[in-house]
Design a protein around this ligand. Structure first.
Ligand code: ZN
Ligand code: FE
Length: 246
């Protein structure tokens, strides 16, 4: 099994679309295309044709490119759009509805679908266990978590606990570059954390140089993410409320 090729495509003001290529089968998948054109261009540049789109949740900055990519894909045999069963009414382009425990394939690579409700009620994540990679949409960010638009602190706490059980090397592919603002906030709620202070300095330097700071890893998040480090849903909820007001 060859490694997946994973390409980060920055779009809109702070979204990341992930382009994932499996060279044995030639399958190419896009996670959460906010828009179509830069994604189609990134694939074409590499000689790849998009065969699949996987959505994590219904928000337009994660699904806005679905229809145009699907239309373009007619030129090479079409593409299949997979996304959360619980949100199919809000993602009219969906072909395949999945939920927690289902498996989805990209060539010989298998991802398990996780239910991670909270940011939206039907939010899902895609975990490639053998590849040590998880696509989390707007559930976890570097040193942050998604806003609780359609769910509770209890649900987000459960999501963080489950993510925190993955091994340290697991790469976390999130959908936004929120790292600097998250780090600056995180040091205010966890001021004694040396790893966090060091990470803030590193992130300030990286962003100052115009560099992306994701994917992150479970190990880094376990050391520095106040939402993952929260020891109760109440604590997570309190930190989330402070961040919302920051
Ligand atoms: Zn969202
Ligand atoms: Fe988003």
């Amino acid at each position: 099994m060859t490694a997946l090729d994973i390409v980060r495509i920055p779009v809109l003001s702070d979204n990341y679309v992930w382009l994932v290529h499996e060279s044995d089968s030639g399958a190419t998948m896009v996670v959460d295309p906010a828009v179509a054109d830069p994604v189609l261009a990134a694939a074409a540049e590499r000689g790849w044709t998009i065969t699949d789109i996987w959505n994590t949740h219904w928000h337009p900055d994660h699904t806005g490119g679905n229809a145009a990519i699907k239309e373009a894909a007619k030129a090479w045999g079409g593409c299949t759009i997979t996304g959360p069963a619980a949100e199919y009414e809000r993602i009219p382009t969906l072909d395949v509805r999945v939920k927690g425990g289902d498996q989805v394939r990209l060539g010989s690579h298998i991802a398990e679908v996780w239910d991670v409700p909270a940011h939206t009620a039907g939010h899902i994540a895609y975990h490639f266990a053998a590849d040590r990679a998880i696509f989390v949409g707007d559930t976890m960010f570097a040193m942050g978590c998604g806003r609780l638009f359609e769910g509770t602190a209890e649900q987000m706490f459960d999501n963080m606990q489950r993510l925190g059980m993955l091994d340290d090397a697991t790469r976390v592919y999130c959908a936004h570059e929120y790292t600097l603002s998250n780090a600056r906030f995180a040091v205010t709620v966890d001021p004694g954390n040396d790893a966090l202070a060091a990470r803030l300095a590193a992130v300030e330097a990286a962003r100052g140089a115009g560099e992306a700071t994701v994917p992150t890893s479970i190990g880094e998040e376990r050391a520095t993410n106040p939402f993952l480090r929260a020891t109760s849903a109440a604590e997570l909820g309190r930190i989330r409320a402070l961040k919302d007001a920051a």
